[in-house]
Ligand binder design. Structure first.
Ligand code: NAP
Length: 380
């Protein structure tokens, strides 16, 4: 049902069967909420790497052509023919974008009227929009004094960082290694590990990123661009006892280098020689695709007690169960402005999010270059 004439803009991504990606703002009626639902006026929603994945798919940004008007931009880019089969399920579908955000409850169904006028954070897609209908039970009521800007990035990175720690405990490891560690998520993980007394080896790829994390109190930071990377990593692993890694980079030799350094650290601690390597299980999870190339590694230096797998937030939360998820959400709510604070380079409107310079900037996925969309801005 049309919500009493309420209409709003939403950012949509569509890849046609001809391989042309089209990004645009579409106006749509906002449906009336069901009894257990609310309609949120979205006031802040971040641009995360996972959103860029949905936004562009495998399209190359350097093929983009920018058309339309400043208020209603249209971006077209090309997906290489070889990449089309992998995205067959989304071809010709107009997809909403944006995993998470926050705003004010504008309408509420009969069972959710207590939320009217409250500021809430929402997760679950379609957040790059002026309005979002959501289940009341899925929302987080923002604590007093927390603005939608402070609560917009409440789910994806905070819950992932906490999820790493839960996975570590569940799989009987005691310390962690993390790559691309100066990321927004990495800085949160560093704050969690400092607060909870968990050993964390941060791997970054530049001296600037190393300085940033050391400035935030990280005791173990290793720079993969330094000539002594392998030795420094092995020493940090030996000191912390980390045998579980979370790798956001994915492509290239990094995951294998971590497993090899874990094995080298385990061998240092072992007495005697074992032809098959150490028997302590070493595990690396690939959880990002910052380098989309193949994952390459040599098995020789790793021994036999190891695993390399994928890690995703939603299946992990399902496995952990509702009680654990509720505990993690409560911690995020209590520490939104401290442990889980996000910092943004710039705030942009929905239309500005499709401007060439802004798109190029957020698609770099660089340290400290996170953008926040304010969907109520620039609607003239
Ligand atoms: N699996 C899941 O469920 C899940 C959930 C949440 C997040 N994630 C992933 O978590 C990662 C971090 O997200 P975020 O929002 O925290 O990112 P972010 O703040 O945008 O930071 C990205 C970081 O990655 C680094 N980086 C980019 N490309 C790289 C490469 N090829 N090799 C090494 N480092 C590279 C950047 O460093 P430079 O400045 O040097 O470029 C920057 O420090 C993303 O990959 C995201 O997809 C996965």
């Amino acid at each position: 049902m049309d919500g009493n004439g309420l209409r709003g803009l939403e950012l949509r991504s569509r890849i046609g069967g001809d391989g042309v990606l089209e990004l645009s703002l579409q106006e749509a009626a906002v449906p009336e909420p069901a009894p257990d639902e609310i309609v949120v006026r979205v006031e802040a929603t971040p641009i995360n790497p996972s959103d860029i994945g949905v936004l562009l798919g495998p399209a190359a940004l350097d093929t983009a052509e920018f058309a339309g008007t400043a208020a209603r931009p249209v971006v077209r880019a090309h997906v290489p023919a070889a990449a089309l089969s992998a995205i067959a399920a989304r071809l010709d579908a107009s997809l909403p974008v944006g995993n998470e955000g926050a705003g004010t409850v504008l309408r509420a169904g009969a069972e959710a009227t207590h939320l009217l006028g409250r500021q809430v954070a929402v997760f679950g897609g379609a957040m790059w929009a002026q309005y979002r209908r959501a289940k009341a039970a899925d929302c987080l009521v923002l604590p007093a004094g927390t603005r939608p800007r402070d609560g917009a990035s409440w789910y994806v990175n905070p819950m992932t960082a906490l999820g790493f720690v839960e996975t570590m405990r569940q799989e009987a490891h005691t310390a962690l290694v993390h790559t691309a560690a100066a990321s927004n998520l990495g800085q949160m993980l560093n704050r969690i590990c400092l607060a909870d007394g968990i050993g964390l080896v941060n791997i970054v790829r530049s001296p600037q990123q190393a300085a940033l994390l050391r400035g935030q109190g990280a005791p173990h930071v290793v720079d993969s661009s330094a000539p002594d990377f392998a030795a420094a990593l092995t020493a940090a692993l030996a000191e912390t006892g980390a045998t579980m890694g979370f790798d956001a980079v994915g492509g290239g030799p990094l995951a294998g280098q971590i497993l090899a350094a874990m094995e080298a650290a385990a061998r240092q601690a072992a007495s005697g020689y074992n032809h098959y390597g150490s028997d302590r299980h070493k595990q690396v999870y690939l959880y990002g695709r910052l380098d989309p190339g193949p994952t390459t590694f040599e098995r020789g230096p790793i021994g036999f007690a190891w695993g390399l797998g994928g890690w995703l937030l939603m299946p992990t939360l399902k496995k952990l169960g509702a009680t654990t998820e509720a505990r993690l959400r409560a911690r995020v709510a209590a520490e939104l402005k401290t442990t889980f604070a996000s910092h943004y380079t710039a705030e942009v409107s929905l239309a500005e999010a499709l401007q060439p310079e802004i798109m190029r900037a957020y698609c770099r996925r660089s340290t400290g270059e996170k953008f926040l969309i304010l969907p109520q801005q620039g609607l003239g």
